[in-house]
Design a protein around this ligand. Structure first.
Ligand SMILES: NC(=O)c1ccc[n+]([C@@H]2O[C@H](COP(=O)([O-])OP(=O)(O)OC[C@H]3O[C@@H](n4cnc5c(N)ncnc54)[C@H](OP(=O)(O)O)[C@@H]3O)[C@@H](O)[C@H]2O)c1
Length: 254
């Protein structure tokens, strides 16, 4: 059954894949963001939400913000979004979150855990999709640091996944009934930051020195313990970081 589905952050790294997959399946997709030409909304103020959500059956929230603005956009923004959804009669809110956000003691992750709590206690039936870090994020961090030919390598375990594979799961869930629970998706393999850096060097052919970066305290312990990974995820992506990166390198214009 075709539905009208709004995707906040629908032009972002994950949101663009979700929007495309939902449209491919015949849904009417509304891409909401501050720069959206058709449905400009600002979650930090609530501007534009009422008009953008008119007639929508489902909202997928794939918005994001820098750690500095995260509470305003993701927590207070979720409250505003959910109130507008209720007023518009939206029947399903899908929140994108992060594996381990309730365990890793870092400001941005605390905000994500708070966002989940707002959704759980909110007025609209919900599904929360927790994903591990995207391959896209790992590549962006390595590309940026690689410009200096030095890659700072913290000791941590990750299970990165392609945003496109997360989007397939989100699109399936969005078109289904609200779960009222969390679904976890993780990448195919648990690796160290060093493994990712070695793969990046090998695939891109760019030279860089790997420099160990100590992460002290509780945060360091949480990262080393692998709290950002999910051994028993509900869904596992199939593309490893190296395979995904190799495929990106073959794309025209790169
Ligand atoms: N990146 C990862 O590795 C990762 C891993 C697991 C889970 N997640 C979660 O996945 C979600 C999406 O992350 P992402 O990396 O795809 O995000 P992203 O690429 O940074 O995109 C964020 C989107 O949010 C929109 N946005 C920002 N501020 C807004 C505001 N005030 N009002 C309305 N829209 C706003 C932006 O569009 P405009 O600038 O046009 O407003 C943009 O389209 C987040 O919930 C994140 O926590 C991310």
């Amino acid at each position: 059954m075709s539905m009208r589905i709004a995707v906040t952050g629908g032009a972002g790294t994950l949101g663009k894949h979700i929007s495309a997959k939902l449209a491919d399946r015949g849904h009417e997709v509304r891409v909401l963001s501050r720069r959206s030409p058709d449905f400009p909304v600002d979650l930090a103020t609530g501007a534009g939400l009422a008009a953008a959500l008119e007639g929508c059956a489902v909202v997928v929230d794939a918005s994001n913000a820098s750690p500095r603005h995260a509470a305003k956009v993701l927590v207070a923004g979720s409250r505003r979004l959910l109130a507008a959804e209720r007023a518009a009669g939206v029947g399903h809110h899908v929140c994108i979150s992060i594996v381990g956000c309730d365990r890793v003691p870092m400001g941005y992750y605390r905000v994500k855990a708070e966002q989940e709590a707002v959704v759980e206690r909110g007025p609209v039936p919900w599904t929360i999709v927790r994903a591990t870090q995207f391959h896209e994020l790992a590549a962006a961090v390595l590309d940026a640091a690689g410009r200096w030919r030095v890659l700072p390598i913290p000791r941590l375990r990750l299970q990165t996944v392609a945003a496109a594979e997360v989007a397939t799961v989100v699109a399936d869930l969005a078109a289904d009934l609200p779960r009222g629970s969390r679904v976890q998706i993780a990448g195919p393999e648990v690796v160290s930051a060093r493994d990712l850096a070695v793969a990046w060097k090998s695939v891109t052919g760019r030279p860089a020195l790997l420099l160990p970066l100590p992460v002290p305290g509780k945060l360091g312990r949480a990262l080393r313990a692998g709290w950002l990974t999910a051994d028993h995820a509900d869904v596992r992506g199939s593309a490893s970081f190296a395979d995904w990166l190799s495929a990106q390198m073959l794309k025209p214009g790169l």
